[in-house]
Design a protein around this ligand. Structure first.
Ligand SMILES: Cc1cc2nc3c(=O)[nH]c(=O)nc-3n(C[C@H](O)[C@H](O)[C@H](O)COP(=O)(O)OP(=O)(O)OC[C@H]3O[C@@H](n4cnc5c(N)ncnc54)[C@H](O)[C@@H]3O)c2cc1C
Length: 404
């Protein structure tokens, strides 16, 4: 390990690896550190991603894709099923990944581009001088190091400390965290071509149960519930109840627990000499909890902006504002829209959820834009039109901008 780099990236998840790769491809000297001894393990993810968006970053390889999904089946509390083809639902789930391999491949890509990668290396603090972040304090195999650099990237996930060390408020209230539990199971007997979602406040308060196929008869069966609504039962207990009821004979091969930020955009993701990316910047989707693609998108933007800023010898927060502007005007818009939906969704009763499902039952989803979907929903549910008026305005504006 050298004692000086252009960029130090803390955390080798999708956000960190894509940032490191992008910056290294542009000729910067880059250090990527990961506190765990194995990148990608343990997994805290249901591993679903959009095909279209994934392909913008990496060519899919069969060794880290477990399932190529045809569509989604969504069940309302009374069991009404809505089926969506992948092209419509696939904004979120098209492939189910093997993240233990996928995350490793992304880190390897960054190494191939020239980044140095160190595992079992934890950031323990920042070097801050004259109000500028100037480097990172590390613990590597029990030894402390100071590594200086021009820009630090905080890609340290939901548990991020890097932002806080730099004075950025990344704190999350319970209402802004989806607490999750997941089993990797055999013997559920699900159709491996579909992802399944179950809604209902009894089963998953202000959240949902998912079942994603993992190939070979396996499936990720998980639950996310809003931290503020979990009451006396934990996500793990809710999941146990669901599985005991639905799949009493299936077997649990792995247990994962974790949290997803669903706060929507935070006020600031940059400081002098520092950018936050991915879950560390709270860039996951507030309604689905999906964060892999946003993390990769933000990582690419941050890597590019790091290069621009360093080449101009200006890493001030004003110069790094290019990153804020770029991510907020792309993935940030989606995050804002999802936050509007989330704030309405978390207050739905089971009766209202059933009502929505009933109103969508005869809709042909195979040729439907988001605008068509909203129109069908609003036609049958006038109150929803009022609740989601902010979203409706955004979508109409975006579609009109796109048309022109
Ligand atoms: C149960 C569950 C299911 C999910 N399902 C999906 C899904 O189906 N689809 C989807 O898109 N998203 C899903 N998500 C969200 C998704 O996992 C995250 O949004 C995504 O991993 C964010 O990537 P990241 O690189 O920002 O952070 P992470 O993947 O969390 O990576 C951060 C890395 O930083 C490391 N790190 C932390 N602190 C330090 C430190 N001090 N020093 C060095 N390294 C450090 C961590 O060990 C970790 O490897 C799910 C999340 C959960 C919990």
């Amino acid at each position: 390990m050298k004692d000086y780099y252009d960029v130090v990236v803390v955390g080798a998840g999708p956000a960190g690896s894509i940032t490191a790769k992008t910056a290294a491809e542009k000729g910067l000297s880059v250090l990527l550190i990961e506190k765990r001894q194995e990148i990608g393990d343990p997994v805290r993810c249901a591993e679903g991603v959009s095909k279209v968006w994934l392909r913008k970053h990496i060519n899919p390889e069969s060794r880290w894709i477990c399932a190529d999904v045809k569509g989604s089946r969504i069940f309302s509390p009374d069991g009404t099923m809505i089926e969506m083809a992948e092209e419509v639902a696939g904004g979120e789930v098209g492939y189910v990944l093997e993240r233990k391999l996928f995350d490793r491949v992304l880190a390897y890509e960054s190494a191939k581009a020239g980044a140095q990668v160190f595992v079992k290396t934890r950031a323990t603090g920042l070097i801050i001088e004259d109000d500028f972040v100037k480097g990172v304090r590390l613990m590597h195999w029990g030894q402390e190091y100071d590594v200086r650099c021009k820009i630090v990237i905080g890609a340290d996930g939901i548990e991020s400390k890097v932002g806080r060390w730099a004075g950025i408020d990344t704190s999350l209230k319970p209402v802004n965290i989806e607490t999750c539990a997941q089993f990797l199971m055999s013997g559920t007997g699900i159709d491996q071509d579909y992802c399944y979602f179950y809604l209902g406040n009894e089963m998953a308060p202000s959240g949902y149960v998912w079942i994603f196929p993992k190939g070979g008869g396996l499936a990720n069966v998980g639950i996310g519930i809003l931290g503020s609504k979990s009451g006396k039962k934990t996500a793990f207990e809710y999941l146990n109840d669901f599985v005991a009821d639905k799949y009493p004979d299936a077997r649990i091969l792995e247990v994962d627990v974790g949290g997803v930020p669903v706060s929507g955009s935070i006020e600031r993701t940059t400081a002098n000499g520092l950018m936050l990316v991915g879950d560390a910047a709270r860039q996951s989707d507030p309604i689905t909890g999906g964060g892999i693609i946003n993390a990769m998108e933000a990582g690419r933007i941050a890597g590019e902006v790091a290069c621009n800023a360093i080449s101009e010898d200006d890493v001030s927060v004003e110069r790094l504002n290019e990153y804020e502007e770029k991510w907020r005007s792309t993935i940030g818009l989606e995050i804002d829209n999802s936050l509007v939906v989330k704030n309405v969704f978390i207050n739905f009763t089971d009766k209202e959820l059933d009502g929505l499902a009933h109103s969508l039952q005869d809709v042909n989803f195979s040729s439907m834009s988001l605008l068509d979907l909203l129109y069908a929903l609003f036609k049958a549910n006038k109150k929803l039109l009022w609740d989601l008026r902010g979203l409706f305005r955004n979508v109409v504006k975006n579609e009109l901008d796109f048309d022109h």
